[in-house]
Design a protein around this ligand. Structure first.
Ligand SMILES: [Zn+2]
Length: 683
């Protein structure tokens, strides 16, 4: 089992806190700031993120710096035993910069220059913007390098978006030249003879645009990869002075929920800690099951992005946000569920946006620990305090992490190209939904799941599932073959192995280089609208097929189920191939989760895997973290009604009670159980 270092080197506990914007209150600082510290301590806050949108207060005019207020804030945090996650301010720039240096403003795909305003809207290529960021980051690091409050760096905020300005066009062309070498090679990889689209020089290439080239899928894929790489490059630029001046202070950048614009697995390799902002639409009813599953897979993706180490829930709302279409109040118990669910999946932090609700501007009514009532008696404040108290009770889980024998692949390149590819259902290929269906099946069976992408190491796992891997990256098929030959189980589905890393179709039939591993030829794919269903029978039970039915020939594979309707009646809907010591399955049609649950239960049994808990009731999820101090089972009721479960023997860390056997969870209740095997009931 693995035991990881704490998120901040000298804070070996679970972190509790959030975004803190004291500069918004600078004209009331003598009354508000001391109240903030008192309220923070009451709520069990031990860390606050500062400086995220502070540029115009730190440098109100070019070259004129005002760090005095931040000095005062940092001193105040240190005095109150609170660690600062100090931000670089590049998430929003001051107006003077946009006015004086228009090149820092983005240009959209229609080639319209954007105006000053909003946030996350700077050209990442602009030498002026990069220099301004380098200057302010250097000043921050130099000033606070020895400050006792400095615990960590928060780089920018929620990186995202794209810029099509001339500087970015030039950078894109350089990126293309570096990747393809010659324009001849790029034309060939892009299949540019089609529509007479061959370029004669890189200078002719423009980023995709509705007023230009918007139909060349390889160009679109290249642009997505370039944009994502620009964020990696910009992040590296941002941290360079910090790494030089404060080499021991970890850096993170807060990521977003299924954000398509950055390949987070690639970006994550640059992060000392992975972190993300979690805003599920809890509704207080049956739909919370899906919200909980969605949040669970995102936690697992972020843990995967960070190399399966403990990560950070950098933001969450203590109550309703203000930007969902309908912002329902969080039901009592939801905040604890949301907070402990993060810990359950390997987060070592529960952090909120934000500490104190601002009096104006666009997030005026976004949930906060301290509301406009300025009170410690509000329901939300009391619930946050209870979370703080609970994190203290379960603090020994810090540094432990979930371990899994099952991995599920989610891949950004594959997402990008499936979003563009023209075939089958062009409204929605349902890639993310499909990955979530496979994930949900494993979670409902009671397993930990690791999320990886195609570049991930398969060797720690016994079962790897790669749904809808339309695009296969170079080397991936060989890796799967080696994994299976050595005894692993690989599960693929319809729409696998159609194109290579450059989006060129595999000549010789699908699933391309996985044909030998899977032992099938996937000849054609039928697309069903909502009025049509096919069926197959598996282990004596009938299951419906929807959306996609691949017409598959079993070559070395053995059919396990066959279609029962349409002209391809009798063709395999599910196959199993044996290769070396392992197995490779092909699910030829999209099904509901009931089939995936039944199928994965059998696949797990074949590998003699046992779930963390058996017979989980509908709406109950579990995970387990393991570390030097023990194994910690988290059992979460994601529904407002009671659920009865059967527990293994263990110690309830929230109540210090020994527990075993039948137990009824209240609505939204979360149990944190240290397993008996890892402690003595009699000690
Ligand atoms: Zn630009």
């Amino acid at each position: 089992m693995a035991q990881y270092p704490p998120i901040m080197p000298d804070m070996p506990v679970l972190l509790h806190g959030g975004d803190y914007n004291p500069e918004q209150w600078i004209k009331m600082k003598d009354t508000i700031w001391p109240q903030d510290m008192e309220l923070a301590k009451k709520a069990g806050v031990n860390t606050l993120s500062v400086g995220i949108f502070s540029w115009s207060m730190l440098e109100p005019e070019e070259g004129v710096y005002h760090f005095e207020w931040l000095d005062e804030v940092m001193d105040m945090l240190a005095k109150n035993g609170i660690k600062a996650i100090l931000a670089t301010p590049s998430g929003a720039r001051p107006a003077w910069m946009a006015e004086k240096y228009p090149e820092v403003l983005r240009m959209d795909a229609m080639r319209h220059k954007q105006l000053f305003g909003a946030r996350h809207n700077h050209c990442l290529t602009s030498p002026v913007y990069r220099e301004k960021v380098r200057q302010i980051n250097t000043l921050l690091a130099t000033r606070y390098k020895d400050h006792p409050a400095l615990g960590m760096w928060h780089i920018s905020n929620e990186y995202g978006g794209e810029c099509h300005c001339p500087l970015c066009q030039d950078a894109f062309r350089k990126w293309l030249k570096a990747r393809y070498g010659t324009i001849e090679n790029m034309n060939d990889q892009f299949w540019n003879t089609f529509w007479s689209h061959r370029y004669s020089s890189f200078e002719q290439v423009e980023s995709p645009s509705p007023i230009g080239e918007n139909w060349n899928l390889a160009l679109s894929l290249a642009w997505r990869r370039f944009t994502s790489d620009q964020f990696c490059d910009f992040y590296s630029h941002e941290i360079a002075p910090l790494k030089e001046i404060t080499p021991d202070i970890p850096c993170t950048a807060n990521l977003m929920d299924f954000f398509p614009g950055i390949d987070y697995f690639k970006f994550g390799k640059l992060l000392d800690r992975a972190s993300w902002d979690n805003y599920p639409p809890w509704t207080g009813d049956e739909r919370d099951k899906e919200s909980a599953l969605h949040t669970a897979i995102m936690h697992d993706i972020i843990r995967g992005v960070g190399g399966q180490k403990p990560f950070m829930m950098m933001e969450s709302s203590p109550s309703a946000v203000n930007w969902h279409p309908i912002n329902r109040l969080r039901q009592p118990g939801i905040l604890m569920l949301q907070s402990l669910q993060a810990i359950a999946h390997g987060s070592d932090t529960v952090q909120y946006f934000q500490f104190r609700k601002g009096l104006g501007s666009s997030e005026q009514y976004h949930g906060a620990i301290v509301g406009h009532d300025n009170s410690d008696q509000s329901r939300i404040f009391r619930e946050v305090s209870e979370v703080g108290h609970t994190l203290g009770k379960i603090s020994e889980v810090t540094g432990s992490a979930p371990e899994s024998k099952v991995a599920l692949i989610y891949d950004w390149d594959n997402l990008w190209i499936l979003n563009e590819a023209q075939f089958g259902n062009n409204e929605n290929k349902k890639y993310i939904e499909t990955v979530k269906d496979h994930y949900a099946a494993w979670k409902q069976l009671g397993y930990n799941v690791d999320m990886i992408d195609q570049t991930g190491d398969l060797t720690p796992y016994q079962i790897v599932c790669g749904p809808m891997l339309y695009l296969l990256k170079d080397g991936f098929a060989e890796k799967v073959q080696a994994f299976v030959e050595k005894g692993g189980t690989y599960v693929a589905t319809y729409i696998t192995g159609w194109v290579n890393e450059e989006n060129l179709a595999h000549l010789g039939g699908y699933p391309g280089p996985l044909r030998n591993v899977l032992g099938i030829w996937d000849e054609e794919t039928d697309t069903l609208d909502d009025t049509r269903k096919n069926h197959f029978t598996y282990n004596g039970k009938s299951y419906a097929c929807k959306d996609v039915c691949a017409l598959v020939h079993a070559e070395s594979a053995k059919p396990l189920a066959s279609y029962e309707e349409y002209f391809y009646q009798g063709m395999p809907a599910l196959t199993k191939n044996t290769l070396g010591k392992g197995q490779a399955y092909y699910i030829a049609a999209r099904t509901d989760r009931d089939f995936l649950r039944a199928f994965y239960a059998d696949v797990a049994a074949e590998k003699s895997l046992t779930p963390l808990m058996k017979n989980l009731p509908d709406g109950v999820l579990c995970t387990e973290r393991s570390g030097d101090k023990g194994d910690y089972l988290f059992v979460m009721n994601t529904q407002p009604e009671e659920r009865t479960i059967t527990l293994p023997a263990g110690l309830n860390l929230r109540t210090d009670e020994a527990m075993e056997g039948e137990y009824t969870l209240n609505g939204y209740e979360v149990l944190v159980l240290k397993r008996l095997s890892s402690y003595s009931l009699h000690s």
